[in-house]
Design a protein around this ligand. Structure first.
Ligand SMILES: [Zn+2]
Ligand SMILES: [Zn+2]
Length: 304
């Protein structure tokens, strides 16, 4: 599972910071969360392959999360896409997409739209990825998303060795296939596997005030991507009024949820050097990173 933030800004795109969005890729299929103005450029700069994109999740209908939609849809068409694109978002998605595609009326691929029930958590699937959604607290309907993929069970080389399985057959067994040894014996995967592992999960939560459900929603996530509109505690009043969070809010959610790491994103355009508040956030949750455009990670790469 590969995760990239092509942009990390909020409100408006800047010369040196595109708007917040998240690219998740697994087994050659990708989904994108949010599509503000310029997102297609950010995707290109970050090396995301548009041909793999099948699903677009929209958190909410503020322009910094949606205004890039017509351009992205046209570019997908111009680059030869013929397979469907599914767009998932809050109630009203049909209206918003209809309005935005007035200037992109003909696309060479089908668009499927799925509206999420207001104020309700939900669960759906896209390719081999499971998507959960949680209503956030932002003044207008807004959803956080959790994307999970299954992992292969743990392979136990000692068991394989005891059974006399040649190393060349390990991969097939780990992939769930029964193999035949040179002496004719059959070895089934369950004879060399050590049981299931928790799925890999990322959680993407912007824009929002802290909400009770958020900590549980992010429970044990491998990566929590959370908004940090400002780092300075003196902005507390402003973020509350506008439905956003400070770095410290996100760090507390990461700490309380047991997430493995936190990426802060969706910085205010006025926040030119978000790193200056990193130490403070790390004093709450040490595995905090101030994300930057193009930040990328491969989760669960090593399979023992
Ligand atoms: Zn925003
Ligand atoms: Zn917003």
């Amino acid at each position: 599972m590969e995760v990239c933030l092509p942009g990390t800004g909020g409100v408006i795109p800047l010369e040196n910071r595109w708007l917040t969005c998240c690219w998740v890729e697994h087994q050659g299929k990708a989904l994108l969360i949010d599509c503000g103005e310029g997102t297609q450029v950010a995707l290109k700069k970050a090396g995301c392959k548009l041909s793999r994109l099948n699903t677009l999740l929209i958190t909410h209908f503020h322009a910094d999360h949606t205004a890039g939609l017509p351009g992205l849809l046209l570019t997908l068409g111009n680059s030869g896409k013929t397979t469907p694109l599914t767009i998932i978002g809050p109630m009203g998605l049909h209206l918003v997409v209809a309005a935005l595609t007035v200037i992109a009326p003909v696309l060479p691929y089908p668009l499927y739209l799925l509206e999420l029930e207001a104020d309700k958590p939900g669960k759906l699937d896209a390719d081999a990825m499971e998507i959960r959604c949680l209503p956030l607290k932002h003044g207008i309907p807004c959803f956080g998303y959790r994307v999970s993929v299954k992992r292969k069970p743990i392979f136990n080389p000692q068991k394989a060795k005891q059974l006399g399985v040649p190393v060349t057959l390990y991969h097939a067994l780990h992939a769930g296939q029964t193999v035949t040894l040179p002496d004719g014996r059959m070895v089934k995967p369950e004879m060399v596997l050590d049981g299931e592992r928790a799925p890999l999960s990322i959680c993407y939560c912007t824009d929002t005030q802290p909400t009770d459900g958020l900590t549980e929603f992010a429970r044990n996530a491998d990566l929590l991507i959370c908004e940090g509109m400002y780092g300075d505690e003196s902005m507390r009043g402003k973020v509350k009024e506008k439905g956003h969070m400070l770095f410290s809010d996100s760090a507390r959610i990461a700490r309380d949820s047991g997430a493995k790491r936190l990426w802060l994103t969706h910085f205010s355009p006025a926040l030119t050097a978000p790193e200056q508040y990193l130490d403070e956030a790390r004093s709450i949750f040490p595995q905090t990173e101030v994300a930057y455009d193009g930040i990328r990670i491969k989760l669960g790469q090593k399979i023992k």
